[in-house]
Ligand binder design. Sequence first.
Ligand SMILES: *[C@@H]1O[C@H](CO)[C@@H](O)[C@H](O)[C@H]1NC(C)=O
Ligand SMILES: *[C@@H]1O[C@H](CO)[C@@H](O)[C@H](O)[C@H]1NC(C)=O
Length: 270
Amino acid sequence: MCMVIFAPLFAIFAFATCGGYTGQLMVSVDCVNRTDSNLSITVRFAYPFRLNQVTFTVPTCEGRQQEQLHLNGDFSSSAEFFVTIGVFAFLYSLFATVVYIFYQNKYRENNRGPFIDFIVTVVFSFMWLVGSSAWAKALSDVKLATDPGEVLLLMSACKVQTNKCGSVYGPVWSGLNTSVVFGYLNFILWAGNIWFVFKETGWHKGGAARYPTPAPEKQAAAFNQQPYNQPNYNQCTFGQTGASFGENGGFGQSDYSQVGTYTLSGPTSY
Ligand SMILES: *[C@@H]1O[C@H](CO)[C@@H](O)[C@H](O)[C@H]1NC(C)=O
Ligand SMILES: *[C@@H]1O[C@H](CO)[C@@H](O)[C@H](O)[C@H]1NC(C)=O
C-alpha cells in the first residue's frame, strides 16, 4: 500500500465525473405550419444512463398533435459498475492508508495484512480494467444514442421532407471522457502497485536475501541493509523521501545502527 495520496484521489475523479453527470441536447422541429413548430426541444439525461426512460414530447406537425418519444438504450449496468468500483476503491484505499500508517504492526502480523492487501489490489486492478473498458464502450453508445442527429431520426415529423428539423446543440462530453481516462489511470495505478504490495508480502524474500546487496539506485546503503521485515517506507511514492531520511540519520539509521557497520554515509553510527 503505497499509493497513499493518488489512489483515493484518482478514484474520486473517476466515480464523481461519471456519477455526477447530467447532459442535455436541443433540437428544433420547424413545421410547414409554423404554429405547430417547436424550435427548442430539450432532452435531458443523467447518470445512470437509462436512456430508454428518458422521454420528451415533440410536435408531429399534424395540427396541434404531439408525440411522446424516448431515447434508446439502457447503459446503467456499465455505468453503475464503474461507479461502484470507484467508490469501493476509494473506501479501500483510505482504509488501507490508515491501517498502513497507524497500524503497521498489526498489518505485518503473520503477514496477513500484506497478503490480503495483495489479493485485494490484484482484484481491484482487474476490476478497474474491466469496469473502464465496459464503461468506455457504454459511453460511445451513449454518445451515439444522444446525438441530436440520431434523436431527429426518431421523430415522425422529420420523416416528412417539407418540415425542417435541425440540431441546436449536443451534450458536453468532457466530464465523461475524463471519467474514462481516470478509469484507466486507476487501472495503471493499481496494477503498478501490485509489485509493491507483492514485495510487502515477503514472498520474494527467500530468493532476494541470498543475493549480495546490489545497492541499487541512489538510496543510501544504510537503508538497503535494513531487515526486510521492518517497515519499509522508502517504496513507491516515498522513494526519495525515504532515501533522504536515511542519509540524514534522523529516521532509519538510529533504529538500525546495528547493521550500520556497512554504511557509506553515516558518521553518526561510529
Ligand atoms: C417545446 O418543447 C419543450 C420541451 O422539450 C417544452 O418545454 C416547450 O414548452 C415546447 N414548446 C412549445 C411551443 O410547444
Ligand atoms: C396551422 O395550424 C393551426 C392550428 O394548429 C390551424 O388553425 C391552421 O389552419 C393551420 N394552417 C394551415 C395552413 O394548415
